[in-house]
Design a protein around this ligand. Structure first.
Ligand code: CDP
Length: 791
């Protein structure tokens, strides 16, 4: 077992072992968007709404224009002239770039101030005054569907309510019938709170429109540069920005975690201004803007039910969700999956019946629904199934580990078809849980817990045995705005045997520079240090859908292996020619082909590559490069068994995570150190919503914790020692048997922690607490149950 103390900031970023040191994209020093400094560059700052719902009566810009250095103030009315005041969201809803008459959430962009320095832009922003007519906002999603609630999206013709869409999957009739007759039915109402992607760098861009060549270079914090370029061309093609005239460059972006997939108004305004004034325009959010206005994650209200037998067999589940999307559905989900991969909520258990339904509603809150370090709503799904499974174990009086062992899908039953239609590729859930239990002597802990309970002390043990679903996707089912979700690799080996490989994905700290080079090295025998890896420049990299939802290894990683294998096939032909033998007489060992039975007759990959440029067989295409666009036949299904042990102070209700063991199974591991870094960071981002993070709004739509003073991001101080390990169940369909891993810990950790805390409180009849579970929440729950005789 490996132990490490880490902070969200460090662990969340993972490690880029071969960090790019050159500044090839950027004129100036450094590799971040904020490092971009271009001649004549202007700076943009944004005026934001103090109200959650208000009519704009007047925007007064005169004083701002008098501020030295301010060159322009842009409003929605200005953008309207170019039809750029609205933009599409990734879920085909519509979002204001700048409002023309109404603001829909607190901190919404109202106007942009352009100036010669960032300080002048900020002074200009302070000098803009806006006259509002506040209206009563809709904040509670349950009230949003009330017939008396105002229709928020009156911009949509014929819209008569705040309902966005209804989604359902499973067999309602069969599930309802099961719940009528089952011996045991348990039910809990859960809220998976609205949280924020607190990446180290905020969002920003430099839009550099070159009037002479009618060309836009967009340096931007994006996880999906190619898709963004296509969206820019679709939105702004009518003003001349067609796709070949747009270059998107995503340098080091300082973490993404799903929050840098959407297009934010700031990007669009910067492009529009650069286009109009013909100068580069830089926009970098500050920390509070990022926290208050950018896409949120989660915010699912879930009614979870489970039906089973008295001896602990799970028979079926039912989930009803109310999804609060804010004022527009700006989720970053594949188009056909409005609830993302929520339908994986049947979990790691073998049963045949489920029914899931979701209604999405508009409220006066910021838009979003991004996949914060999770595969499109898997976190919500895993929380629901893992919590309700524990609730069931409590109800039937079984140990939650035994009950899980009893219900797991058996390893010989893979591939396994879930009641919602997913084909789980492989897994060995029993082995994972057993390994986690052995790591902390589970039975001893239960004995200790019994002794402590007898003394009135609060100790809890929580388990989460989750199945993830990552690697979107097979293109037959997965697209974003119609763009199919494959991914790509292009390998070019130079005559001297050194290579450059480019990808459609975009690392944000996950270490692709290392692991992609390792995949190619393994397949071709070229040392990893001789392979340069590049991502994030649409002018050079092959088209791909980007990095989020742990899709890079399952898609682009596979593309790298297959492109390398194409090259190995060519190498075999060249080696046969050079050695004057038949291709069938050759054998491969990493780095060379040799003649069967005569290993001294060999050609190294470097010799073969050199021949591809200097002495290739006549009739064969010269050079040594290959590209592959990989369309996965299925998703990959990583899994994990996490166990958390907590002690809760009986007086202060302070929670101490004493131990946390995480056993992950991501198939074949490319780089154990990178995987470990991913798991540490992910676990810290898992403890975050379990114990600390939640965006809170009052009835007027004011955010009550809009800075890091109040929105508690865990640091090394709050993080326990993570004890990590793994089991290996290769994916049968992935070329190198790997599954994704980056998000498993963020997905798996919250229910393990919540289950541990609730387990500590079960002697008081407490069966559920919503995350984040704070000492105060525990105090209130215990008080309600009469736990404090003198309180
Ligand atoms: O899409 P993203 O890079 O965020 O997620 P991922 O595919 O889960 O990969 C995260 C990092 O872990 C990458 O550098 C992967 O190559 C590495 N990894 C690995 O070494 N072995 C695996 N089985 C899975 C991922």
């Amino acid at each position: 077992m490996i132990q490490c103390k880490t902070s969200k900031a460090i662990g969340g970023m993972g490690h880029s072992l071969k960090r790019k040191e050159d500044a090839r994209f950027i004129q100036g020093k450094g590799n971040y968007v904020d490092d971009v400094k271009l001649p004549g560059m202007l700076y943009m700052d944004i005026v934001r709404s103090p109200y959650a719902y208000a009519k704009i009566k007047k925007i007064n810009i005169e004083e701002a224009l008098k501020v030295p250095g301010v060159v322009a103030v842009v409003t929605g009315r200005d953008l309207e002239k170019y039809n750029l005041h609205w933009m599409p969201t990734l879920m085909s809803d519509t979002q204001m770039v700048l409002p023309t008459d109404t603001v829909m959430y607190q901190s919404q962009e109202v106007a942009a101030v352009i100036a010669t320095t960032k300080y002048a832009a900020r002074d200009g922003r302070e000098a803009v005054t806006v006259e509002y007519e506040p209206m009563k906002p809709v904040i509670d999603p349950f009230k949003s569907l009330d017939p008396a609630a105002p229709v928020l999206r009156s911009d949509k013709e014929g819209k008569k309510d705040n309902h966005i869409w209804n989604w359902k999957v499973g067999d309602k009739e069969k599930t309802d019938a099961l719940f009528e007759t089952a011996d045991v039915v348990v039910k809990e109402q859960m809220h998976i709170p609205r949280i924020h992607v607190a990446s180290i760098e905020t969002c920003g861009c430099v839009a550099d429109y070159d009037k002479v060549n009618n060309h836009l270079t967009m340096y931007m914090t994006t996880q999906a540069p190619h898709a963004i370029r296509t969206v820019i061309a679709l939105v702004a093609g009518h003003v001349g920005l067609t796709e070949e005239k747009v270059r998107v460059i995503a340098p080091d972006i300082g973490g993404g975690f799903g929050g840098k997939v959407p297009v934010y108004p700031g990007y669009v305004i910067a492009i529009a201004v650069s286009f109009l004034v013909g100068k580069p325009v830089k926009w970098i959010e500050d920390r509070s803007e990022n926290l208050q206005a950018d896409s949120f994650a989660r915010d699912y209200h879930i009614t979870a039910e489970l039906a089973g037998t008295k001896d602990g067999k799970i028979l079926g589940t039912r989930f009803k969700i109310l999804a609060d999307h804010g004022y527009t559905d700006a989720s970053a989900n594949p188009s056909k999956f409005p609830t993302g991969m929520f339908s994986i909520a049947t979990g790691s258990y073998d049963y045949g019946t489920t029914y899931m339904e979701c209604d999405a509603v508009y409220t006066n809150k910021p838009p979003g629904g991004v996949a914060y370090r999770c595969s499109f709503r898997v976190t919500e799904a895993v929380h629901a199934i893992e919590r309700i499974t524990d609730r069931f174990a409590f109800e039937v009086g079984k140990d939650p580990a035994d009950l899980r062992m009893q219900n797991f899908i058996k390893k010989e039953d893979f591939p396994w078809k879930s009641p919602t239609g997913w084909i789980y590729d492989s897994g060995d859930y029993h082995a994972g849980l057993q390994k986690a239990m052995d790591a902390l002597n589970y039975n001893d802990l239960r004995r200790e817990q019994a002794e402590k309970r007898a003394k009135g002390e609060l100790m809890g043990i929580g388990i989460s045995t989750f199945t993830e679903i990552v690697g979107a996707g097979p293109s037959k089912d997965f697209d974003i705005l119609g763009i199919k979700m494959f991914d790509s690799a292009e390998i070019r080996v130079h005559p001297t045997g050194k290579a450059i490989a480019r990808f459609g994905t975009k690392s944000q700290g996950q270490g692709h520079e290392t692991t992609y080079a390792q995949i190619i090295a393994e397949e071709l025998g070229i040392p990893a240090e001789n392979i340069a890896i590049e991502e994030g420049d649409t002018d050079t990299a092959p088209y791909g859908l980007g990095t989020y939802a742990s899709r890079s290894t399952p898609t682009a990683g596979a593309a790298a292996a297959i492109a390398a294998r194409k090259l190995r096939d060519k190498a075999r032909k060249i080696a046969a020619y050079l050695l004057e033998v038949s291709e069938d007489d050759l054998e491969w060992e990493p780095g060379k082909f040799f003649v069967k039975g005569a290993p001294e007759k060999a050609k190294t990959i470097q010799e073969i590559v050199f021949a591809a440029y200097t002495n290739h067989p006549q009739g064969m295409e010269a050079g040594f490069e290959a590209t592959h666009y990989y369309d996965p036949p299925n998703l990959t299904f990583p899994s994990g068994a996490y166990i958390c042990v907590v002690d809760i102070d009986r007086e202060t209700c302070e929670i101490k995570v004493r131990r946390f063991v995480a056993i992950d199974d991501c198939g074949n591991i490319i780089n154990p150190m990178i995987v470990q870094g991913q798991v540490h960071g992910g676990l810290t981002q898992g403890i975050a919503p379990a114990m600390y993070e939640e965006l809170i709004y009052d009835e007027s739509g004011n955010i009550l914790n809009g800075t890091f003073m109040d929105y508690l991001v865990p640091t090394a101080v709050e993080s326990p020692n993570w004890e990590t390990g793994h089991t290996v169940t290769p994916s049968p369909h992935h070329p190198i048997g790997a599954k994704g891993v980056g998000e498993s810990p963020t997905v798996g950790a919250p229910p393990a922690i919540a289950n541990a805390i609730v387990d500590a409180l079960t002697p008081f009849g407490i069966t559920h607490l919503d995350i984040p579970i704070t000492p105060f929440k525990i105090f209130k729950a215990l008080k309600e149950k009469g736990a404090f005789a003198d309180a």
